[in-house]
Ligand binder design. Structure first.
Ligand SMILES: Cc1ncc(COP(=O)(O)O)c(C=O)c1O
Length: 386
């Protein structure tokens, strides 16, 4: 029985439902951000973040900074590339365009490799692009939340190391970390940018960025100063290192209560093997996708290899738009998200299935959502005479 006030079940692709213990840990009494108790909790949270990324390489460095996922893009764009240098963005939806805008804001010369909606650029196309120009970094959205397209991060990273070994591999993992497999060291990634509020299961407000030793080297040996003060790796690096070494340190005040919440959720997540967590997300995703297909709905991503495991983006039947269906879901206590990709936003809806809604079957969130979807669709079709 949840200690939370009764509420509709939030099944959008983030923020997601919370475990009671995570929420309760935010009710921590006031404490100084440099007091021993908090320093220990922050330090442990950084160490748990390494486990989340399955990283044991001491040269890799996690950053946990007050801000949302977007701040991670600024961290990348203002530290890992300099004005006039080339960046390659693999675009699988809305968030590729936004990352491109962020990189351009700091003066990078960005080339986008765009896939048709629901698809991802092929390894052959990426190889060709990498051979045409020298890129300082390549970015890919692990799961684009606007389309539900899953990128082959491991395959792309392998390709980059073979074809253009100096190019940094940057992953937008805002909608994937905690629900999709990521092996930071083994896949030889340079940065994974994420946020607290999706599959990690913490309230919004934390930007979490894992960086490689190579990325730190790039940031600290720039020709020009970083383009940002708050997002400067050089400013945050000693702070993160100190906290993890149990030493108080200050550059800008950390959100103490949120760090407690992150500590709680990461302790829960890493108490079990990460492979188990990924397998549960895959299993639930497979059953959601099968149920959606049974309802006659097509996904934006037709190829199963390119379908995310923490969300499903599905086209509505011809003649229906999100406002025809979402209120019917809400009436049944379930919240889904409308479409986000601007070219087709009125034609589809998104179901987020990550975190406790997936790992805690006793909640019944997924079954409730699927039956609500079936009923809301039937009702909407009837109302439209379809
Ligand atoms: C894939 C992806 N990248 C980046 C972001 C930006 O994160 P935030 O909204 O926390 O700033 C989002 C947000 O949903 C996202 O889904």
């Amino acid at each position: 029985m949840s200690a939370q006030a009764p509420h509709n079940t939030l099944l959008i692709p983030g923020p997601i439902e919370f475990d009671d213990a995570v929420l309760q840990s935010m009710a921590h009494y006031a404490e100084s951000h440099v007091a021993p108790g908090f320093v220990k909790v922050f330090g442990e949270t950084l160490t748990l973040t390494r486990k989340l990324f399955q990283s044991t390489d001491p040269s890799a460095q996690p950053f946990i900074i007050s801000g949302s996922g977007t701040l991670g893009w600024d961290l990348v764009a203002s530290n890992l590339i300099e004005r006039g240098e080339n960046a390659l963005v693999l675009n699988t939806g809305y968030f590729g365009d936004s990352f491109e805008q962020c990189l351009s804001t700091y003066g990078a010369q960005v080339t986008q490799l765009r896939a048709p909606i629901g698809e991802r650029p092929s390894l052959e196309q990426i190889e060709q692009a990498l051979k045409e120009k020298t890129y300082k970094l390549i970015t890919l959205t692990h799961v684009d939340t606007s389309t539900g397209v899953l990128n082959d991060v491991k395959g792309v990273a392998q390709l980059v190391r073979r074809v253009s070994p100096e190019t940094l591999v940057i992953v937008d993992g805002v909608c994937s970390v905690g629900s999709e497999e990521i092996a930071f060291d083994e896949w030889d990634l340079d940065a994974v940018v994420t946020a607290s509020q999706k599959a990690i299961g913490c309230p919004p407000g934390l930007s979490i960025v894992m960086t490689s030793g190579r990325a730190i080297q790039r940031a600290t040996t720039r020709q020009t100063p970083p383009g940002s003060y708050y997002a400067s790796i050089a400013n945050w690096l000693p702070i993160m290192r100190n906290y993890e070494n149990n030493k108080p340190s200050y550059f800008a005040t950390p959100p103490t209560q949120l760090i407690h919440a992150l500590h709680t959720t990461l302790s829960q997540i890493t108490a079990r093997p990460m492979a188990e967590r990924f397998a549960i997300h895959t299993q639930v995703s497979d059953s959601v996708k099968a149920a959606v297909a049974q309802l006659g709905l097509k996904q934006l991503a037709p190829n199963p290899d390119a379908q995310a495991h923490g969300m499903t983006a599905m086209y509505l039947p011809e003649g229906l738009t999100p406002p025809d269906v979402l209120p019917g879901l809400l009436k049944r206590g379930v919240i889904f998200a409308a479409g986000l990709h601007k070219e087709i936003a009125t034609r589809y809806i998104r179901f987020g299935h990550m975190g406790v809604s997936v790992t805690d079957a006793n909640r019944g969130d997924i079954d409730k959502a699927l039956s609500a979807l079936k009923e809301a669709l039937a009702e909407a079709k009837q109302a439209k005479g379809l």
